[in-house]
Design a protein around this ligand. Structure first.
Ligand code: ADP
Ligand code: MG
Length: 250
């Protein structure tokens, strides 16, 4: 097991004349919880799209968990353990919470499921574990379409966890949430990181969320990594102040 779960070198991607990411070097240690910040158009989402295989890089390498996954298709990268939660809703609205998670657990089990034939206990324990973990035990029999917004996010997270990810990418996980939902969502993120050792990388515009929930912060600007350090270091950095933090009144 390598200490670095992700090791990116020289990653570049352009769209027409725009260098969405330019020569990005980035690594994250197993078990870390980190944030990427930067103005709109900085290249954060493109970087995530490269990591998940949604875009192919023009140049550079992505090594995940010791394996060079550069150029792999999204489903292969997901299978290797990179998950992008919250991006598109993966919820089946007519199913209960429990059925949603169980469906995802079954999908992860894949073909091996057919070996069990009609045995309907397959995946139940794992489903229960994930439902509890995500704070959905009281909602397990609720129809997903009727869940309040905060619980829907939790369910999306539960569905992502069923895929047994090693690295979870969250692109603006609290966008559009109330303060209360934001706190709940980030508390769950913290728990999955601290108690279950999931490596988490998130982007976020709310600097209080960033500074309270990231162990390390990377500032991107015009496709490049500009500053990297602990929240305190980035906050005190003059370039970071000028490029981004100044507007956020910190
Ligand atoms: P961020 O997530 O930091 O706001 P993005 O990665 O979305 O930044 O965008 C970086 C730059 O790349 C922007 O100039 C954006 O317009 C451009 N871009 C991103 N995705 C595409 C795309 N699919 N096609 C064309 N241009 C894109
Ligand atoms: Mg974005």
């Amino acid at each position: 097991m390598t200490q670095k779960i992700l090791d990116v070198a020289g990653l570049s991607k352009h769209f027409g004349g725009v260098e969405a990411t330019h020569d990005v070097d980035f690594e994250i240690a197993r078990g870390a919880q980190e944030a990427i910040i930067g103005p709109n158009g900085a290249g954060k989402s493109t970087f995530f799209n490269l990591l998940t295989g949604y875009h192919r890089p023009d140049s550079g390498t992505i090594v995940f968990d010791g394996v060079d996954v550069t150029g792999w298709a999204p489903h292969r990268i997901a299978k290797a353990g990179v998950s992008r939660a919250f991006q598109v809703s993966t919820i089946f609205h007519a199913m209960t919470v429990f059925e949603n998670v169980r469906t995802a657990v079954h999908a992860q089990m894949g073909k091996s499921l057919s070996l069990f034939g009609r045995a309907n206990r397959v995946g139940i324990e794992e489903t229960e574990r994930i439902v509890d973990l995500c704070g959905l035990a009281d909602r397990r029999d609720t129809i997903a379409g009727e869940l309040p917004q905060g619980d829907k996010k939790r369910l999306e997270f539960a569905i992502a966890l069923a895929g047994e990810p090693k690295l979870v990418l969250l692109d603006e996980p609290t966008a559009g949430m109330s303060q209360e939902e934001t706190l709940e969502t980030m508390a769950l993120v913290d728990r999955l990181n601290a108690e279950f050792g999931l490596t988490i990388l998130f982007t976020e515009h709310d600097m209080s969320v960033v500074f309270n929930h990231a162990h390390r912060v990377t500032l991107m600007h015009r496709g490049q990594v500009i500053v990297q350090g602990t929240p305190a270091e980035v906050r005190a950095n003059e370039t970071a102040q000028k490029i981004y933090l100044g507007e956020h009144h910190l």
